[in-house]
Design a protein around this ligand. Structure first.
Ligand SMILES: Cc1ncc(C[n+]2csc(CCOP(=O)(O)OP(=O)(O)O)c2C)c(N)n1
Length: 516
């Protein structure tokens, strides 16, 4: 079957593993062709090709619901749900969106762009289904990075408490966020992933199954026959954290083995309770450059498919605002050990990777946890007799992702008037990422919070002066910086003059309102 002829995902039903593998090749080809031309997310989608095909072979997407976390890995989903021919318009005006969007396709069951929402949304669908007395399947597909977000853990806490609510959570574990993942949960998944290879385990899977209290005798046939692929069955400790939280854990499964994936998903659907299927994938699978540099190929601008190298823009661009921020913060940190940069899993995007490489002691990555980042900084800033004795945290978060921490900004920072500096990257219009990523709300939401000083530099050197002003200020500040580069105004290596807060700068005298 040709991918170009696939107009409905149910056409995958009945295809053999080798036919699905053939479609997997065609998906990768089209994915690479379009992203290399127009830019977009690369590694995330390439990693879930087999997962998507196998999952959809076990579902009826006219009824069953799938929620993809973030949605940046959804290009294979788009290619098999009727958007193959429009795919050249990816991330362009009126074209195919870079994330899932309910208004774009009936198969996009839930829109996203921000991380860690999928389990909540899928659980909500499952509860609605049960109240209506229907029986479609609800599935959330979430990455190991997104799983570290507070909302995902809140949803697991809730779902695990509802043993009679069937829900399948597919953990797409590629051991990567945008950068390498951080945190205790990540270390736990690492241990699970590297536990002994499957063939070392007992063959008597069926016997082991009987002894598992949560599944016991009700184990479906398919599950009994997956020899060695469901490691939980023979190694009680693997996945124990999820089991203790009320989920039946299945895995880890090789995320590129379609046959095993299909069997495991079928088994998971039959369990009729909360199930977590742990699927191990390789980010960038099938494109060697993306497999080798998973951070660099998470998302890409246009590139040459043969060499993997970005196609340089005709007019060289000045250094980006994010980079100037990162370089300036590094210099400030070199002179003041109390200054600490904090990111929520966005080191490269915000320019904080510069600090990470040079002074790791003054750098913290909290994972995809914006709310925690804000309150953590509040605590760090007041760990002294007076607020001014504490550390001087500089929290760099994209404007759009800081929306998530609105209460923390008010309750933990603003009301207590704590000296935390926020750098809101990608403030304003961000372009092709679409409506979920625009930094268009921060002026309104920051202005409503007591004690905050809000700043927006007119150029690169003013960004430097505003950064030092905010770090020196004994109260909360928010410094907005736009996506991309400015005009290339020369920046200074040191000696940044702080600004007088609230004082206007006269650029040009004149008699009209606007004299250009
Ligand atoms: C709330 C929020 N913070 C940050 C981001 C930026 N972001 C997009 S994808 C991503 C990494 C997600 O990692 P994972 O869930 O493991 O998926 P993978 O990219 O590895 O497939 C991050 C941090 C986001 N989308 N939402």
């Amino acid at each position: 079957m040709l991918l170009s002829e696939l107009s409905h995902p149910n056409q995958l039903h009945g295809l053999t593993v080798s036919q699905l593998e053939e479609i997997a090749c065609q998906i990768r080809e089209r994915h690479l062709q379009v992203v290399s031309t127009s830019g977009g997310h690369l590694g995330p989608g390439l990693g879930v090709v087999e997962l998507t095909l196998a999952l959809y072979q076990t579902l009826d997407l006219d009824f069953d619901k799938v929620v993809w976390d973030v949605g940046h890995q959804g290009y294979p989903h788009k290619l098999i749900t009727g958007r193959f021919s429009q795919f050249d318009s990816l991330r362009q005006q009126n074209g195919v969106a870079g994330y899932l969007k309910r208004s774009e396709s009936k198969f996009d069951h839930f829109g996203a762009g921000h991380a860690s929402t999928s389990i909540s949304a899928a659980l909500g669908m499952a509860i609605a289904r049960d109240r209506k007395g229907e029986n479609y399947k609800c599935v959330a597909v979430i990455g190991d990075g997104a799983l570290t977000g507070g909302m995902a853990l809140e949803a697991i806490n809730h779902a695990g408490h509802l043993p009679n609510t069937p829900l399948v959570v597919v953990l797409n574990d590629n051991d990567m966020s945008i950068s390498p993942p951080v945190g205790a949960l990540s270390s736990y998944l690492n241990k699970v992933r590297v536990s002994p290879p499957l063939q070392f385990l007992s063959d008597s899977v069926q016997e082991s199954v009987k002894n598992i209290p949560l599944i016991g005798k009700d184990i479906p046939e398919e599950l009994k026959n997956i020899k060695g692929s469901v490691r939980r069955l023979s190694v009680p400790k693997v996945g124990a954290v999820f089991e203790e939280l009320g989920f039946t854990y299945m895995g880890p499964i090789d995320g590129h083995d379609i046959g095993n994936l299909v069997k495991t998903f079928n088994a998971a659907h039959k369990l009729k309770r909360p199930v977590l299927v742990h699927v191990v994938t390789t980010k960038g699978k099938g494109y060697p450059y993306a497999e080798a540099d998973q951070v660099g190929y998470h998302a890409q601008s246009a590139f040459d498919l043969t060499t993997g190298k970005s196609i340089p823009s005709k007019k060289p661009k000045p250094v980006s605002y994010s980079k100037i921020f990162g370089q300036t913060l590094l210099k400030i940190c070199e002179q003041d050990s109390k200054v600490v940069g904090i990111t929520a899993a966005m080191a490269t995007g915000t320019g904080l990777d510069i600090l990470q490489k040079n002074i790791p002691d003054q750098y913290i990555d909290v994972g995809i946890a914006e709310q925690h980042a804000v309150t953590l900084a509040a605590g760090m800033s007041c760990d002294g007799l007076k607020p001014v004795d504490g550390l001087k945290p500089v929290v760099a978060i994209y404007s759009t992702f800081l929306q998530r921490a609105f209460d923390q900004l008010i309750h933990d920072v603003g009301i207590q008037n704590l000296p935390v500096s926020f750098v809101l990257d990608r403030a304003g219009i961000v372009g092709a990422d679409g409506p979920t990523h625009q930094g268009q709300y921060d002026i309104s939401y920051m202005r409503s919070i007591p004690n905050f000083v809000l700043m927006a530099p007119k150029d690169e050197s003013e960004l430097q002066r505003m950064l030092i002003t905010s770090i020196n200020h004994n109260g909360p500040t928010a410094l907005r910086i736009p996506r991309g580069s400015g005009l290339g105004v020369a920046v200074m290596d040191e000696g940044w003059e702080p600004l007088n807060i609230g004082e206007a700068e006269i650029l040009e005298e004149g008699e009209d309102i606007c004299n250009s």
